[in-house]
Design a protein around this ligand. Structure first.
Ligand code: AGP
Length: 361
């Protein structure tokens, strides 16, 4: 393990840092497949009218991002199925099931397939192409994230999103829903991602230790986002509770006034994924008016200005408007959870009560 870790203090730190390289290598594959035309031939699966994404935990949050991209780019209706609740799901004819699981061994996901696989084609999105999930699926997409040791998923989330979004673009071209020109423009928007992630990580490394020291005695945290930012808020809250054992809940910011605002008191930490949606400003003001300690992850002027920057020359990165939302925001969120856990003396690679691969229902 010491050998694998190199200079890194823990696996989580290493895996967070690997994200730009993981994304670059996925984008290289995408570029090769776009160049030789294989990107546009689809996945060899029957045509579909709608999708159902089945997953748990962090993979479910990645599924929410992929679903937003599908709806936003191709207008394809997409249901999200919490794998452990699959018994409740009714999938219409022509539904493609997309099962997302880093390990490919999650019992809840495999059990959900028992219910769906006879009547629906299954596409697996996994970091283990030799897994039970991969063997049972009709088609498999490899996340190519490399081994992830930390129990908290980090680079596999990012890999799932990028591989998933590339697959979405490819499937939408193959099914005639978008043309090749629009697809190339979207693939072009992905190419900035490694640089954006690196930028987000370096800003977060500067800002987070001090921010965390101001909130480390808080017993609970709220995470807010809107639209495409929401799955990232959910992922930030999941990481924080998993690693620091503090209560954390994610809400659509507009829901605040329908209940959670009652939780906000002097010093209550509220983390806002601010990808430029105007209405967030009013939500932030509501929290501040009650004395809440707001941490914004967003563009210029935010506490962690990790989204977009103005570089030299004519390259201007505005707020994240991509259909897959502010993916780079996940890096500060991972770092926030890790730093809080470390300041509280927790083991960031092996959180209590949890396992890397959950093979029981
Ligand atoms: C993520 O940090 C968690 N450890 C957990 O939510 C995990 O994502 C979930 O158990 C699903 O695992 P999978 O991707 O291997 O199916």
């Amino acid at each position: 393990t010491a050998l694998e870790l190199g200079d890194h203090p823990d696996h989580m730190a290493k895996e967070i840092e690997e994200q730009p390289a993981v994304v670059s290598s996925i984008l290289d594959r995408v570029a090769r497949r776009a160049a030789d035309g294989s990107m546009w031939v689809g996945l060899g699966l029957p045509g579909f009218h709608r999708l159902a994404i089945v997953a748990c935990g962090t993979s479910l949050n990645a599924g929410q991002v992929i679903a937003a991209a599908l709806r936003g780019i191709g207008g394809v209706p997409t249901d999200i199925v919490v794998a452990s609740e699959a018994d409740q799901a009714v999938l219409g004819p022509g539904t493609l099931v997309v099962a997302i699981s880093q390990s490919g061994e999650t019992a809840d996901v495999l059990r959900a397939l028992d219910r769906f696989e006879d009547r629906h084609p299954v596409l697996a999105l996994t970091n283990n192409v030799h897994s039970s999930l991969a063997r049972r699926a009709d088609a498999v997409l490899d996340c190519h994230a490399g081994p992830e040791i930390g129990v908290a998923a980090t680079k596999t989330f990012t890999a799932q999103v990028v591989v998933g979004v590339a697959a979405v673009i490819s499937a939408l071209v193959a099914s005639g829903r978008i043309d090749a020109g629009r697809a190339s423009a979207l693939v072009g928007e992905l190419t900035d991602l490694p640089a954006r992630i690196e930028h987000a990580a370096s800003i977060a490394a500067d800002r987070i230790p001090l921010l965390v020291s101001s909130v480390k005695d808080a017993t609970g945290f709220l995470f807010l986002g809107r639209g495409a930012g929401l799955p990232y808020a959910a992922e930030g809250a999941l990481k924080l509770k998993e690693l620091s054992y503090r209560w954390a809940e994610a809400y659509p910011a507009g829901e605040l006034k329908h209940g959670p605002l009652a939780l906000v008191d002097e010093g209550t930490p509220v983390v806002v994924v601010d990808h430029g949606e105007q209405r967030l400003q009013a939500n932030i003001a509501e929290v501040r008016a009650r004395g809440g300690f707001v941490i914004t992850i967003g563009g210029e002027g935010s506490d962690i200005p990790a989204l977009g920057r103005r570089a030299a020359g004519d390259l201007a990165w505005g707020p994240a408007t991509a259909p897959w939302g502010p993916l780079e925001a996940v890096v500060p969120l991972q770092m926030l959870a890790r730093e809080l856990a470390l300041q509280l003396g927790c083991d960031v690679d092996k959180p209590r009560n949890l396992a890397k691969s959950v093979t029981v229902e």
